[in-house]
Design a protein around this ligand. Structure first.
Ligand code: PGA
Length: 249
């Protein structure tokens, strides 16, 4: 793959009761259906709603061109794992992608790189494209260890030759930029993404995530090695998410 179409992905996190979630998905689907070619985003789009809404959002977005993803999965295909969801279940609900190793899972649920790696294998087994998140904390960045942290996370979170084994998406999300309103600087994003590109090769889509909004998206998405954005807060507003997607060059 030499041409990497950009991807704008919305991570709804634990937000959206039926009414809000379906209104949001419905509005995105409506815009995709009614926009003429010049108004359509040039990027691919993905939404990752909470699990309770996956099946109904899948039905709502069918045929819209907007892809559906889960926010996490268990490594096993099925079994006695109360509260968990398998990659197969996500695929069965209509997902094509799954976010793995998000910092809210790594830090909030103590997920290790080794567990993320098992989940990547599970996603592949179920035919899902893994969106693997990595990123340093503020302390690690201030200690000059941003790249060392991200590099080590990649080494331990990705199965052997993961980039050759199928479609892979990596999201660089500095922990301090997530939900803080303070995106990383363009210089820091460009530097990290260049290092990621050298590490991962040309076939892997590399997204930036962390306080992407309609005001900063165009500049971030124009950077050479930024293949799209993983958007949290701003993806809960159809107009804001659409405007971010429309910022793709
Ligand atoms: P944010 O979240 O856009 O709200 O900073 C990004 C993410 O956590 O994926």
């Amino acid at each position: 793959m030499t041409e990497r179409k950009k991807l704008v992905a919305g991570n709804w996190k634990m937000n959206g009761l039926r009414a809000d979630g379906l209104a949001l998905a419905g509005e995105l689907g409506r815009r995709m259906g009614s926009a003429d070619a010049s108004d359509k985003p040039r990027c691919a789009m993905l939404v990752c709603p909470p699990a309770t809404l996956l099946a109904s959002v899948a039905a709502m977005l069918a045929g819209s061109g907007i892809a559906l993803g889960g926010q996490d999965c268990h490594p096993a295909p099925k079994g006695a794992f109360t509260g968990d969801l398998s990659a197969e279940m996500l695929a069965d609900a209509g997902c094509s992608h799954v976010i793995l190793g998000h910092s809210e899972r790594r830090h909030g649920h103590g997920e290790s790189d080794a567990l993320v790696r098992e989940k990547v294998a599970a996603a592949r087994r179920a035919g899902l494209v893994p969106v693997v998140c990595v990123g340093e904390t503020l302390e690690q960045r201030q200690a000059g260890a941003a790249w060392a942290t991200v590099d080590a996370q990649l080494a331990a979170s990705l199965p052997e030759r993961a980039a050759e084994a199928g479609e892979l998406i990596v999201a660089y999300e500095p922990v301090w930029a997530i939900g803080s309103g303070l995106a990383a600087s363009l210089e820091d994003i460009a530097e990290m993404h260049a290092a990621l590109r050298a590490r991962l090769g040309a076939a892997v889509r590399i997204l930036y995530g962390g306080s992407v909004n309609p005001g900063n998206a165009a500049a971030i998405l124009a950077l050479a090695d930024v293949d799209g954005a993983l958007v949290g807060g701003a993806s809960l507003d159809a107009q804001a998410f659409w405007s971010i997607a429309r910022s793709c060059p």
